[in-house]
Design a protein around this ligand. Structure first.
Ligand SMILES: Cc1ncc(COP(=O)(O)O)c(C=O)c1O
Length: 428
């Protein structure tokens, strides 16, 4: 491999004060466990990001990394894209947020609906979690039913219902009642899906699907499973929610378009905020009317910062910079990268999965990857100047070209082999 090892001297030498250890007046770390987000955790005290530019990010030791984490796939245009920065700054200078509607909301809604022509209306939230939570509430209100079908091991954020999808490991603090109302179906088990829905068709409010569930090993959902979900939902008056919080980046109409499936509600977030806090429910008018405040008895949806001008303006700029040609260019780079990595990993016991601009190395055949193994690969990647998500989900961004992606391929290949060690028969 051609890879230089830019971070080879990155070792915990104790030279710097670890800010994770900063304590408050009563002696506790200022943040629980030293972290502001549990999802940052990679098994050891984490380096800090200090600045970014394009596809690169620098940490607090001035180590330069290729940013393929992109804040968990959000930064479709990488760090500090000048046009997004300009749009966000202009909105910020005019007042960060107001207590009456703003025109930026209309602009972003317009751009989203242009891409999603089978849907009618948008309601913005501050995160994907909130979008999913709101979509489920809308589905329940519209159907007058409680139960939800999810795919086992899927991730839809951290609302109570969404956590129930993750199984017992995720449901501490979630009431038994919430858990009872959620039916997890093994991924791609069409018969189990049919059996569950048809055993109580009048009890289900929604089927919620992520078409490329990262938490379940970035395995693709089969066309048959998706088509069956659509058929069952239509036949029984169940709302089909497609969760495109991550996957919207993969096509002009997200992965729904690629599968030729028309959701009743689509939830999204991440890329549509240009790097700022965002989420959205996009849906059919009769369902979205549940949050129409001019309608008597509508649902109480709010959020002090929902639809704030900065997120909306940055998001609109980000979508304009991401036409079909860019989506295809990034997807092709990802496809080629995966093909090369797959060859590089032959004999290692690992495989590469993904779709277009999203990729992830996992042990062959696995669905749930043990956390310590994920963290091991994260650090081996980090040592080589490659920043992924803690689960090693890598996403490409528009500042990347073939040369950068080739670097990602080399660094990831080396990192996986370092983890695979003697588990595989090392190539070359
Ligand atoms: C499919 C899916 N749904 C929902 C969410 C939650 O989004 P957020 O982290 O913005 O709350 C995520 C986050 O990664 C996700 O991947």
């Amino acid at each position: 491999m051609t890879t230089s090892n830019p971070a080879s001297d990155f070792v915990d030498d104790g030279a710097l004060e670890d800010p994770h250890l900063r304590r408050g007046p009563r002696g506790y770390p200022l943040l629980p466990g030293g972290y502001g987000r549990s999802t940052y955790y990679t098994g050891r005290p984490s380096p800090y990001a200090v600045r970014g530019a394009g596809y690169r990010v620098w940490d607090d030791r001035d180590l330069e990394l290729i940013d393929a984490n992109n804040n968990f796939t959000s930064l479709i245009h990488g760090n500090a894209h000048p046009e997004i920065t300009k749009a966000a700054t202009a909105a910020l200078s005019a007042g960060a947020s107001w207590g009456i509607p703003n025109l930026y909301e209309w602009e972003l809604a317009d751009l989203l609906l242009e891409r999603l022509p089978t849907l009618d209306q948008v309601r913005f939230t501050n995160s994907g979690t909130e979008a999913v939570m709101s979509a489920i509430r809308i589905a329940r209100a519209a159907t007058g039913r409680d139960r939800i079908v999810v795919t086992q091991g899927g991730y839809h954020g951290t609302s109570d219902v969404a956590l129930a999808a993750g199984g017992p490991a995720y449901t501490r603090g979630v009431t038994a009642g919430v858990t009872r109302d959620v039916t997890p179906i093994p991924l791609n088990d069409v018969q189990a899906l049919r059996d569950a829905v048809e055993s109580a068709p009048d009890e289900y409010a929604a089927i919620i699907l992520d078409l490329l569930p990262n938490r379940a090993g970035l395995l693709r959902i089969t066309q048959e499973f998706v088509t069956t979900a659509r058929e069952l939902a239509s036949r029984h008056g169940i709302v089909l929610i497609i969760d495109e919080v991550i996957s919207l980046r993969l096509g002009l109409q997200g992965l729904s378009g690629a599968y030729g499936i028309a959701p009743d509600l689509l939830t999204t977030g991440k890329t549509i905020g240009g790097g700022f806090a965002v989420g959205a429910v996009v849906g059919l008018a009769d369902l979205m009317s549940e949050v129409d405040p001019t309608r008597a008895g509508s649902l109480p949806h709010g959020g002090t910062f929902s639809g704030n001008p900065v997120s909306m303006a940055a998001g609109a700029a980000a979508l304009r910079l991401y036409p079909e040609s860019e989506i295809e260019r990034l997807n092709t780079l990802g496809d080629v990268a995966r093909a090369t990595i797959q060859g590089n990993l032959a004999g290692s016991g690992w495989e590469i999965r993904g779709w277009g601009s999203l990729l992830r190395a996992v042990p062959e055949g696995s669905q749930k990857v043990p956390e310590d193994l994920q963290h091991k690969l994260w650090w081996e990647s980090y040592y080589r100047g490659l920043l992924g998500s803690p689960a090693n989900l890598l996403s490409l961004s528009t500042p990347m070209d073939k040369g950068v992606v080739d670097d990602i391929v080399d660094r990831l290949t080396d990192a996986v082999w370092a983890v695979a060690g003697n588990q595989g028969a090392r190539r070359d």
